[in-house]
Write a protein that binds this ligand. Structure first.
Ligand code: HEC
Ligand code: HEC
Ligand code: HEC
Ligand code: HEC
Ligand code: HEC
Ligand code: HEC
Length: 429
């Protein structure tokens, strides 16, 4: 009798463990929807899985690119580069699609994100209401998503109940087993407290426990790191630009000052992207690049401002260059270039790196997170000497000799933080 009970107890225990594993899997399932989210965020403005829009339907795309998987990833991240490689499949696609949708633009997604998107496309099933028209389908998809995660939650809930009830069964069975054993007059191991049992279990399973502990720790550390770095941080993000404008050539070799082109940085919040007229200051005369490609790019400037280099006259047909923006702070954050460059006397390079040496096409150098901003505010002494804006402030600080002002000058410097650079409202609308 006692033996049979033992078997039942073991059974309930493994059932409970299996349920726990199923719960873990269910959460994995919730996670796997990232691909769908990424697709909606990045691709759904031009693509559907099942039908052509601005871009082709993406169903079966992996088969179409079979043997060229590397290129597929490259294509998504940088279509222009792949378009130039003369691959027959790509050329045929472009011949069909360029007239309809133009060239796809570069997508700021990582290889892992592409993995998730492709996985989503592969597993995609038509929503229940697949016969409905486009607008309704979209709704159906949204509803479908809601339903599937609702299902997962229900399953998790049911499994949790199962675990708890199994646990209850198990403990009453254990009691029964003990009573039976006592009745049969068997020697029982001395009763141990829960903590003692736990300790023994931990000790007996120390290898497993330490590995599990490390895994959990790593998981949370990476989670925390991702959160801190913030979604949408693309350090080193250098998108493809319509013209391969080179900072190295202009600001580096030719020594053109940053603010010659980005003159808004002198007086406004934005540094801005220079208008094509600024390019024309020099390029009316410089109509040849160092390579055919460079020359062709200079022709694009002419096309943009409507300049006929043969007649040396404007035609009036303008077609502005669509530069891809690299830096993007969220709307709730306020950053001002003039404040930093003119008043703070901080060089462009402190925040943007050695753009004149390292970047052909400008890229993002700093993380642009809040941590990055306030860190510098804490460390950077405001440059007051010879800074007209501060002469007056400085004079007053020294002259008045007020106690509360003196504490700022204790270490001989005033940091941006001490001037209020850590106040939420200075940076948040
Ligand atoms: C602004 C519109 C646009 C966006 C956004 C866009 N694409 Fe495209 N995509 C196109 C166009 C147009 C084509 C067809 C080729 C061409 O003309 O460049 C294309 C082609 C493709 C192809 C090749 C299709 C085939 O049949 O071989 C893939 C793969 C692709 N896109 C993936 C993506 C992914 C993944 C995303 C999101 C991360 C995305 N695209 C975002 C417009 C877009
Ligand atoms: C001859 C004009 C010119 C000069 C000089 C110049 N830039 Fe630019 N800059 C541009 C153009 C055009 C773009 C847009 C294309 C690109 O992103 O590469 C740009 C883009 C940028 C961007 C990225 C903007 C974004 O989209 O977020 C940064 C940052 C930048 N420049 C910084 C600098 C710095 C720092 C210097 C001085 C070392 C400098 N630039 C000198 C013309 C210029
Ligand atoms: C204290 C750090 C800092 C300094 C110094 C700085 N920038 Fe920026 N820059 C930023 C940040 C942050 C952004 C993103 C702003 C946004 O998205 O609103 C940015 C964006 C830009 C852009 C994109 C267009 C725009 O206005 O948003 C250009 C171009 C640029 N900077 C050029 C320059 C140039 C040229 C200088 C020097 C004259 C300079 N920056 C100095 C931090 C800095
Ligand atoms: C202060 C003068 C000046 C300004 C302003 C200027 N450029 Fe240039 N650009 C040059 C010089 C100099 C060259 C190099 C020509 C050479 O060496 O053959 C050049 C070359 C180029 C090339 C050819 C590069 C190559 O690899 O051959 C392109 C493309 C170009 N510039 C784009 C632009 C654009 C776009 C703008 C406006 C945002 C601009 N330039 C503004 C002076 C200028
Ligand atoms: C390289 C160092 C540095 C970085 C990075 C930096 N700042 Fe600053 N910031 C300063 C300094 C120095 C001042 C003080 C300038 C002054 O007023 O003399 C300042 C001042 C300011 C002020 C005005 C504060 C006041 O008291 O009026 C604001 C707002 C501000 N920064 C926002 C930002 C934001 C937002 C970011 C990040 C996107 C940022 N800063 C990144 C150095 C930095
Ligand atoms: C020096 C400028 C600065 C100051 C001071 C500052 N913030 Fe921020 N904050 C930022 C910037 C820039 C971002 C956007 C960062 C990003 O996109 O990763 C941000 C983002 C945030 C976010 C959103 C986080 C996220 O992940 O998007 C919150 C919430 C926030 N700040 C709260 C605060 C509070 C509360 C304070 C005052 C204690 C404060 N901030 C002071 C610059 C600042």
């Amino acid at each position: 009798m006692a033996y049979h009970l033992d078997v039942v107890i073991r059974l309930t225990k493994s059932l409970a463990l299996t349920s726990a594993m199923l719960i873990a899997l269910a959460f994995q399932g919730l996670h796997a929807q990232d691909g769908e989210k990424l697709f909606r965020q990045n691709c759904s403005s031009c693509h559907r899985v099942d039908k052509d829009m601005t871009g082709p339907a993406l169903k079966g795309v992996q088969e179409r690119w079979e043997g060229k998987e590397d290129l597929l990833y490259k294509w998504i991240k940088n279509p222009a580069a792949v378009a130039e490689m003369g691959i027959p499949y790509v050329d045929a696609m472009l011949a069909e699609w360029m007239p309809r949708g133009g060239l796809m633009n570069a997508q700021a997604v990582t290889d892992e994100e592409i993995d998730a998107i492709l996985d989503y496309i592969e597993k995609w099933e038509p929503p229940v209401a697949a016969t409905a028209d486009a607008g309704e389908t979209e709704e159906a998809v949204a509803r479908d998503e809601g339903i599937s995660s609702a299902w997962l939650y229900i399953i998790v809930f049911v499994l949790l109940i199962l675990i708890f009830s199994l646990w209850g069964v198990r403990s009453s069975l254990s009691k029964l087993q003990k009573a039976l054993a006592e009745a049969e007059g068997e020697e029982l191991a001395p009763e141990l407290s829960f903590a003692e049992k736990g300790k023994i279990w931990l000790w007996q399973n120390k290898v497993f426990v330490s590995i599990a502990g490390i895994l959990v720790l790593v998981y949370f550390v990476t989670l925390g790191w991702d959160a801190l770095m913030g979604v949408g941080v693309y350090t080193g993000y250098t998108p493809d630009q319509p013209i391969k404008f080179s900072h190295k050539l202009h600001a580096g070799e030719n020594g053109v000052a940053c603010v010659y082109c980005h003159h808004s940085a002198l007086k406004s919040k934005h540094a801005g992207i220079p208008s094509t007229n600024i390019c024309m200051n020099c390029h009316k005369a410089i109509n040849e690049g160092r390579s055919e490609e460079g020359t062709a790019d200079i022709q694009k400037i002419y096309a943009a401002v409507g300049w006929d280099p043969d007649k040396q006259a404007y035609t009036g047909e303008e077609e502005p260059i669509q530069w891809v923006k690299v830096h993007n702070l969220p709307d709730h954050a306020y950053f001002n270039h003039a404040q930093h460059y003119v008043v703070g006397q901080i060089e462009c390079q402190e925040c943007h790196g050695q753009i004149q040496e390292d970047y052909t096409v400008a890229g993002q150098y700093s993380p642009l997170t809040m941590g990055w901003c306030i860190n510098c505010h804490n460390e950077t002494a405001v440059r007051m000497d010879g800074n007209g804006y501060y002469d007056e402030v400085h004079r007053r600080l020294v002259d008045n000799n007020k106690e509360e002002l003196k504490k700022y000058l204790e270490d001989g410097t005033i940091t941006a933080r001490e001037l209020g650079g850590w106040e939420c409202s200075k940076c948040h609308y």
